[in-house]
Design a protein around this ligand. Structure first.
Ligand code: FO1
Length: 304
């Protein structure tokens, strides 16, 4: 079982999938274009959300960070005038220190993530989309800034003029990702932001071609004309896509075989009918583990 994931919607689906499939049989290819170096360490928000989920440590109130973490180091740094864009928990920071240590000793990101995940007890196969640094850069009126500066520091408020995946075209698909894709018949594109979560994964040189021949099942992260969470609306608009499941389908284009949209968007089914894939409706609002499991069941029924 293989999924492409960002940091919130797909981990919620994974929480449901885990109720049917053993963790050891789940591979997750994760977006790294929101990663950044901060206070001397590499922070990998989406990878960490997936690791913490499988390690049973995730704060599922926020869907990032570790549950019951403290923020003493972050507070001390802020008091000393240090600018940390992200609020980093103390225990979360330990993960960053350890992983960055592996990287400083010469490990690739894939190796560093694999060691960190097993150290924390996550049994799923968690793979960064590439080893090279790639960043989602957001162009706003004042210039071009990193996704985390746009979303966290500026609270997603500036108008978005464009999005660029810096580094994606010179990055390559890691061997472990190639192998994982080759041995699967199905690929699940989780209900994550199509522009800054799934977009960068598909932009890694060679990734789209690897996925194209597979049976791809995608779940829309949008209900009606609004994303379930996060900044997808502004970003999709800026990239010229309608903010709707129809727009998401256009982002994925010829990759799609089955597209799952929310049951509230039943009438959209007819708008999408001329495309070369099947549209299924389901309840996609994963507001509880029970609802995540129900959606996971629908997804699993679409696999060949
Ligand atoms: N999101 C926030 O909105 N504010 C934060 O202070 C924040 C801190 C943070 C620390 C570690 C981490 O792994 C994620 C964190 N996030 C925070 C989430 C992150 O900015 C994004 O929501 C994800 O990258 C979305 O995919």
């Amino acid at each position: 079982m293989l999924l492409l994931s960002g940091g919130t919607g797909t981990p919620k689906l994974l929480n449901g999938i885990r109720q049917y499939i053993p963790d050891e049989e789940i591979t997750v290819i994760v977006n790294t274009a929101e990663d950044l170096w901060m206070s001397g360490n590499l922070i990998c928000p989406d990878i960490d959300t997936v690791i913490y989920l499988f390690a049973g440590m995730l704060d599922t109130g926020k869907w990032w960070g570790i549950k019951q973490d403290t923020f003493n180091t972050h507070k001390a740094l802020r008091m000393a005038g240090h600018n940390e864009i992200l609020q980093l928990g103390d225990q979360d920071r330990a993960t960053h220190i350890i992983r960055s240590g592996f990287i400083r000793q010469g490990a690739s990101l894939s190796e560093a993530v694999s060691k960190t995940a097993s150290m924390l007890g996550a049994k799923a196969n968690i793979l960064p989309m590439c080893d090279e640094p790639v960043s989602s850069m957001i162009t706003v009126r004042e210039g071009t800034i990193h996704f985390q500066e746009f979303w966290v520091e500026k609270a997603g408020k500036p108008d978005v003029l464009g999005v660029e995946y810096q580094g994606a075209q010179t990055a390559s698909v890691p061997e472990a990702v190639k192998k994982a894709i080759k041995r699967e018949s199905n690929i699940i594109i989780g209900p994550s932001n199509p522009i800054t979560s799934i977009g960068p994964i598909l932009a890694v040189k060679g990734m789209r071609e690897l996925i194209l021949s597979k049976h791809v099942v995608a779940i829309s992260p949008i209900i009606g004309y609004e994303p379930v969470s996060g900044p997808a609306a502004k970003l999709m608009n800026a990239c010229g896509y309608e903010v709707s499941s129809w727009g998401v389908a256009q982002c994925y284009g010829d990759l799609l075989d089955i597209f799952i949209i929310d049951e509230q968007d039943m009438e959209m089914k007819s708008n999408i009918k001329n495309m070369d894939f099947a549209v299924i409706t389901a309840d996609t609002m994963m507001t509880s583990p029970k609802k995540s499991a129900a959606l996971a069941r629908v997804v699993l029924q679409q696999l060949i």
